[in-house]
Write a protein that binds this ligand. Structure first.
Ligand SMILES: [Zn+2]
Length: 131
């Protein structure tokens, strides 16, 4: 079992479309990145704190920037986690398909463009499997 199989397995055996799994993996990748950044910022905060302590000047202006970045990262991670939950529950909203000839927006069931009559492109995502 490779790492991608494991990741998909971890997302649960719910009937999920390929796009949902892809989006969740993408979000979890971003989340992992944010977690790494957070660790880096916290390590930097520790180094700065120690340096200032050694110099006997523990000013808070140097911390301000790092603490701000940490706060932003935490917010970003919260947003990403919420989006993972949303995508896992509802899936990725399907993009409207468009006519390849004239660009007119087509209904999902349209086989031909209502504007120019060209054959509609194939749906990119299979419809979600009913559970
Ligand atoms: Zn058309």
């Amino acid at each position: 079992m490779d790492i991608f199989d494991k990741a998909r397995k971890a997302l649960g055996d719910l009937a999920q479309t390929a796009s949902t799994q892809g989006r969740v993996l993408q979000l979890q990748g971003e989340l992992a990145q944010a977690e790494l950044s957070l660790e880096r910022e916290q390590r930097e905060a520790g180094i700065v704190a120690r340096q200032l302590w050694r110099e006997r000047k523990f000013g808070d202006t140097d911390f301000e920037v790092i603490m701000q970045r940490i706060t932003e990262l935490e917010k970003r991670m919260e947003t990403l986690r919420a989006e993972v939950n949303t995508v896992q529950q509802e899936g990725v909203p399907e993009r409207a398909k468009r006519c390849g000839q004239c660009g007119r927006e087509l209904a999902a069931e349209d086989e031909f463009c209502r504007g120019c009559g060209a054959a509609a492109p194939e749906r990119r995502q299979p419809p979600p499997t009913p559970s």
